[in-house]
Design a protein around this ligand. Structure first.
Ligand code: FAD
Length: 448
């Protein structure tokens, strides 16, 4: 039995781990285009600073990622974000701490009194009667009012998806929030009933010593699989119930194929197998996003907190700034500091595609305007994604039903990546576990 996994991001690697652990008798080959594994989970070291190209880590409130770390023997490299970095900021017209308690919320200048009273009124808003999809904006306006949506939800969605509330489906991007309304009649009612904040980001941010790449490398090393690096899969053809996987160097027959690639790549690979499926996959759009990292040997700003997110109304050219060296102490050399600036996303896609020099200028201007930092950085890092984060727009859920129903016509073929059922690392790990379970159920029993 031979299985091909295309794509060496967290989705491909976690799927490989679960299958190889359950069925060591199965031959698994993982193909990765690049010379480094991890996809959007990749750390770059620049002169002793560790900059993340994408994900910073994961939140501890979902069990699957922590379980994967435990099972793969990666516990010794797991680190928790600093307690002192819990403070988060929102930049609206000025920099303001995100209130962490009801009392702080009442005192916060981020919302007017009318806005705050409207938030409290959420308790009395009746739940939506039907299951139709709606944007986060429509959901927010309905439940907590315009002000709260345009400040808090807007900044939050910029930080998670690089998006704006009007462009994102609440049902696909925040299913837990929708569930609270559906099951308990409202957010406050749901949170009170559950006595824990499942609807908010929740959990503690976790990562790994010297960045997420150390986890990716360890995970790859414990998987008993063959890994083919710099090996782009260019075509997949069905043959007698199996699939021929084509790369520049070979054509090999596999019993099962798991596409852990971005949906537009999966579309290309499936073009000759199922045009309609490929068309639906191509309809999942991605927005560009860029990350600019700055390292400072002698920065006077204390970077006291987690970082800041801007609101759309602030009209700034940056989505936010993560105060990396405050979040995880090992991201910068001793006494040095580092930040990462996020640019573009669905809010401002064209900005993300600028040249490196322009991105650095935008980032410098952004931190000057929001944090008052004028010092030039000593070390610079730039990462640009032309197609960075999949957009879970209105109708995403229906698209998924269509795609995964259609996929059933192709026995032995699986799709698993951040394009379908969740973008966060936690979602990718949970979905990889589910994908592996499905593959295992459909395999013939182990010969042992
Ligand atoms: C800028 C940014 C910041 C983020 N921050 C966070 C965060 O703080 N927390 C969080 O939880 N999530 C974050 N995310 C989201 C999270 O990192 C991603 O959703 C997740 O890592 C995606 O994993 P994946 O394996 O599904 O896809 P990818 O990481 O995209 O992996 C796909 C892999 O497939 C390979 N590939 C593509 N085509 C082929 C081919 N033809 N043949 C072989 N290989 C191929 C690619 O090279 C790549 O390695 C962030 C994402 C970005 C872009």
């Amino acid at each position: 039995m031979k299985i091909a996994i295309v794509g060496g991001g967290i989705s491909g690697l976690a799927t490989a781990f679960y299958i190889s652990k359950a069925r060591p008798d199965v031959e698994i080959t993982l193909f990765e285009t690049k010379d480094k594994l991890g996809g959007s989970m990749m750390t770059q070291e620049v002169e002793g600073f560790f900059f993340e190209s994408g994900s910073n880590g994961f939140l501890s409130n979902k069990p699957d990622t922590l379980a994967l770390i435990e099972e793969s023997g990666c516990r010794d490299i797991l680190i928790q974000s600093n307690d002192s970095a819990r403070k988060r900021f929102i930049y609206k017209d000025f920099l303001c701490p995100l209130p962490e308690s009801p009392k702080a919320f009442l005192r916060s200048p981020l919302l007017s009194w009318i806005g705050k009273i409207r938030v409290a009124g959420e308790f009395f808003v009746s739940p939506k009667k039907d299951d139709t999809d709606e944007t986060l904006q429509s959901f927010g306006y309905r439940r907590v009012g315009k002000e709260m949506t345009n400040v808090f939800l807007d900044a939050m969605v910029a930080g998670i998806f690089g998006s704006t509330p009007d462009k994102i489906s609440v049902n696909s991007a925040f299913p837990a929030v929708v569930k609270l309304e559906k099951e308990y009649g409202g957010l406050f009612k749901g949170m009170l009933a559950k006595k824990k904040k499942e609807a908010g980001p929740g959990g503690v941010l976790m990562s790994f010593k010297q960045g997420v790449s150390s986890f990716i490398q360890r995970l790859a090393s414990v998987c008993k699989i063959e890994i083919k690096m710099q090996c782009e899969v260019s075509d997949i053809k069905p043959k007698n119930g199996k699939y021929i996987v084509t790369t520049q160097e070979s054509e090999v027959l596999f019993d099962r194929v798991i596409l852990a690639t971005p949906s537009y790549i999966s579309a290309k690979l499936l073009e000759n197998i199922d045009k309609s499926l490929a068309k639906d996959l191509n309809e999942i759009e991605y927005s560009p996003i860029s990350i600019v990292g700055f390292g400072y040997y002698d920065l006077s700003h204390p970077l006291d907190g987690f970082g800041l997110l801007t609101t759309t109304s602030a009209k700034k050219s940056i989505l936010g700034v993560l105060w990396d060296s405050s979040i995880f102490g090992d991201r910068a050399p001793q006494n040095a500091k580092s930040v990462r600036v996020m640019i573009g996303g669905q809010r401002n896609p064209s900005l993300a595609l600028k040249g490196d020099d322009e991105l650095v200028s935008i980032a410098k201007m952004g931190i000057r305007e929001t944090m008052g930092i004028d010092d030039g950085p000593d070390v610079v890092f730039v990462k640009r994604y032309e197609k960075g984060i999949p957009n879970y727009g209105l109708g995403h859920k229906d698209k998924m039903v269509k795609i995964f129903n259609r996929l059933q016509q192709h026995k032995g073929l699986y799709l698993n990546s951040n394009a379908y059922f969740g973008v966060a690392v936690n979602d990718c790990v949970s979905n990889s576990k589910k994908c592996a379970q499905k593959v295992l159920e459909e395999l013939s029993p182990s010969p042992r």
